[in-house]
Design a binder for this molecule. Structure first.
Ligand SMILES: [Zn+2]
Length: 253
């Protein structure tokens, strides 16, 4: 729990480069362009020099985010520098996953539509192709109802964030029943890549399920997933370079 008195702001973890802030703002627009977020959804990074802090936009639509909208938070999700800007209700997703997973440095939360059905039925997501290799390790489903009963479905406080992080465990993607998903990674680029390819993989799995009749799905196995994911985290960054350039021409930063 925080030691802050009401009205106090936690101390900043220190300056972050303009380039990293611009990349974080651009990531919101990349996720819009790739069909992962719409008017809702958010992306964060852990503070590059202070692991007990993270950065994400104030509560606005992802397509509108600029570097001036980025707020710093402590891991209890108290803003350090809100200056009158409002915070996302579901920022606790980010703070509590960062607390639970020192290896994670970026998180995307979205309601991307092709993914949601897998949280509603007992059909697990499988890795349909190499770009979605990270899915081969399995995708847990967080059902908020199990611990909290009937809610507004939002992860809008620390206990709900803790419960989500516990269900995610050591995985990098988790579904949220009747809500959406989270995709995480050791870098902003990898988290965005995983969020995009979780949505693409879901679409391919729907097509595959329609095509297969009674045949089993020859998805990537665990070892194929591990090998492919290692490649994706280097060569796969071509995707980020493309997506980042596309939004740079849109906003000139
Ligand atoms: Zn949400």
């Amino acid at each position: 729990m925080s030691n802050l008195n009401p009205g106090d702001s936690p101390k900043s973890g220190g300056p972050v480069s303009a380039e990293q802030i611009a990349d974080l703002a651009a990531a919101s627009r990349v996720l819009v362009a790739q069909g992962v977020v719409d008017a809702f959804g958010h992306v964060s990074i852990r503070h590059p020099h202070a692991p007990e802090r993270y950065l994400m936009a104030c509560s606005i639509a992802p397509a509108l985010v600029t570097p001036e909208d980025i707020i710093e938070y402590d891991l209890d999700s108290n803003p350090c520098n809100a200056n009158g800007r409002s915070s996302f209700l579901e920022r606790f997703i980010h703070g509590e996953i960062y607390k639970a997973r020192a290896d994670i440095h970026s998180i995307v939360h979205s309601h991307s539509p092709s993914v949601i059905p897998f949280g509603l039925v007992g059909v697990p997501m499988q890795a349909m192709f190499h770009n979605a290799a990270f899915i081969a390790e399995g995708v847990p489903v967080f059902d908020i109802r199990k611990k909290f009963g009937a809610t507004d479905m939002l992860v809008s406080n620390a206990p709900k964030g803790v419960a989500l992080a516990a269900v995610m465990g050591r995985k990098n993607v988790a579904l949220m029943r009747a809500h959406g998903s989270v995709a995480c990674g050791p870098t902003l680029q990898t988290a965005v890549f995983r969020a995009v390819y979780t949505e693409v993989n879901a679409r391919i799995q729907h097509w595959t399920a329609a095509l297969k009749g009674g045949a089993p799905i020859a998805a990537l196995d665990l070892e194929e997933g591990r090998l492919s994911d290692a490649v994706n985290q280097t060569a796969g960054m071509r995707a980020w370079d493309l997506w980042r350039r596309q939004v740079r021409s849109e906003v000139k930063w």
